[in-house]
Ligand binder design. Sequence first.
Ligand code: HEC
Ligand code: HEC
Length: 194
Amino acid sequence: MIRRAVIFSVAFLLSAGPVPGNANGDAVRGAQKVAACAVCHGAPERPPLPGMPTLAGQQPEFLVLQMFFMREGLRVVPPMAGLLKDFTDRDLEDVAAYFSAQKPSPESSKRDQQIYARGAALSRGMGCGSCHLADYRGQRHIPRITGQREDYLALTLRAYRDDKRTGADTSMNAAMYRATDSDIRDLAHYLAQQ
Ligand code: HEC
Ligand code: HEC
């Protein structure tokens, strides 16, 4: 609870203040800071490792905020421990500009029509498009959720449901609260196929 309260106030400060969280970054400068990232997150010419999110085409404001949370220890990602500690707020904005300018690379797993149809119905019923927009490209601090690895989508939806991933607010914990494992599989398959 305390952790969540801290995150709330951080998000509030960010939305109120001039510090990180917008699309003002310099992608050329950002490109000089990302050498260590491609191993896991992929590069334009190759996909990310299994279970790891692609950052290409992601909303810059979302990226800045998440990197800020990770740098400050509010979103704990053990494989990235210490990696962002020397990044200034300006660096975070530049890196976000770099990744968001790349074309998202949709995954090409084979579509299962039944799972896809169930995922589509769940997404409509659960109102995913009301925040992530009808084409799921996201907006501001709300991420793009298409063109993303299916296994990462499933992993992270489960983490929200099980209260293991905290974020800018509790929207996602609330959205996933009653989802079953098969709901999560269906949603991830549907979203990854857009
Ligand atoms: C050793 C592997 C690894 C390296 C190297 C790495 N990351 Fe990550 N990163 C991860 C994993 C795993 C996650 C997802 C964690 C989770 O959701 O629990 C992640 C998540 C993220 C996210 C959040 C994405 C989202 O959609 O929620 C951002 C932004 C990010 N990393 C940026 C970076 C940057 C910038 C670098 C280079 C400076 C970097 N990462 C290097 C493994 C890595
Ligand atoms: C009330 C608004 C809202 C609704 C409804 C909503 N989301 Fe989200 N979603 C968000 C926000 C805000 C975030 C970023 C939260 C954070 O900081 O972790 C997010 C994050 C995510 C992420 C993490 C992506 C990444 O790259 O790490 C996924 C996946 C996701 N949402 C899928 C869904 C699905 C599927 C649904 C429908 C079941 C849904 N969302 C409904 C607001 C919403």
